[in-house]
Design a protein around this ligand. Structure first.
Ligand SMILES: [Zn+2]
Ligand SMILES: [Zn+2]
Length: 133
């Protein structure tokens, strides 16, 4: 799979299967997604690489739990990495074919969800981070 930012300055390539697919309702993701939950898929770090451009990065100093890669030109956030996890969380809207994501398998951080967020009835829900691996 391939993807990139809105302006095309950053391009990436993913090999291997996603190990997790979810929608995250946490406050930070709500910021980054513009109000909606953040739909992402997690792939092993070794299966992700940039093929064009160098991303700008942001780590919030208060908790320093996640580092987010974004395009300094168009502002699209592409991936995040969580401290202590060898995974790259890809925002599925940045895939060339977002429909390949198919569907989330869980809703996470629902403890922080907004009243207007939608969660399909049959989707497993987690208050915070689910047990991974
Ligand atoms: Zn861009
Ligand atoms: Zn989140």
């Amino acid at each position: 799979m391939q993807g990139g930012c809105y302006c095309g300055a950053l391009r990436y390539e993913v090999s291997g299967k996603p190990v997790f697919k979810a929608q995250c309702h946490c406050r930070a993701c709500t910021h980054y997604a513009g109000g909606a939950p953040n739909l992402f898929m997690a792939v092993p770090e070794a299966g992700f690489r940039y093929t064009a451009g160098t991303p700008a990065q942001f780590t919030r100093d208060v908790d320093a739990k996640a580092t987010r890669d974004f395009c300094a030109t168009c502002g699209t956030q592409l991936v995040s990495r969580r401290k202590g996890m060898a995974l790259v969380m890809i925002k599925v809207g940045t895939l060339d074919a977002p429909e390949d994501f198919k569907a989330p398998r869980a809703a996470i951080f629902v403890g922080e969800k907004q009243p207007f967020h939608q969660i399909p009835e049959d989707l497993p829900q987690f208050e915070g981070l689910p047990p991974l691996g």
